[in-house]
Design a protein around this ligand. Sequence first.
Ligand SMILES: [Zn+2]
Ligand SMILES: [Zn+2]
Length: 255
Amino acid sequence: MKISVLASSSRGNASVISAGETAILVDAGISARRIKLGLEACGLAPGDLTGICITHEHTDHISGLAVLSGKVTAPVYCSRYLRDDLRFLAPKADFTYVEPGVKVQIGDFTVLPVSVSHDAIDPLGYIFEAQGVRLGYITDTGDIAPKMLSALRGLNAIYLESNYDPEMLQNSGRPLDLIGRIEGQWGHLSNAQACELVSQIAHPDLRHVILAHLSPECNTPACAGKAMQEVLNKLECAPKLHIAKQAEQLAWIEV
Ligand SMILES: [Zn+2]
Ligand SMILES: [Zn+2]
């Protein structure tokens, strides 16, 4: 199994995960043109997609979906309640709804949707399993629920939001209510919360930690990376750290 992050930050997110003949796009929060270019850099075409998994309806996760879904036949997987909203946005898409805790088969992958804590319609993270390895995809969550944590045990790789540094957020000049939203239970994970999550799920076969969804205004790759590297250095398994960026694609990472 391998993953390439086409782009990630608070401004737009899309990744492709592949195993065997199956390729799954996770979120479509950049233009359909950029998604096509990103897939081509991975040796894929949009027509090669087996499925598109959507985490939630915020623009930075679906802005390219309307155009993309008019060009591909791959089903779009999303939560039941979100499907009705997305139908208006992307009328040509073939939607299949998924439910937290209920596994779904997408080509060679077994995919487990998990609930996250975010101010969106039934937002989801996903655990992708194929070829005997497991990758967790957790973004846009203000809280780490025990149920989520137990689903994340035994991962070989995790793609994880590390959205903000609290000091940079406080000094960002943003309105107080927005700061409260980001820091709140239905907001985003801070660097420290991402570190806490990884230290709780670490085990000898955790090989990759991919930090994602960094806020361009309230975080830096150096800041998020330093905090996480300190945690990883203490682990015997020494997972490799990757930091996803908005303008630069992360090439295939073999899980
Ligand atoms: Zn987002
Ligand atoms: Zn969001």
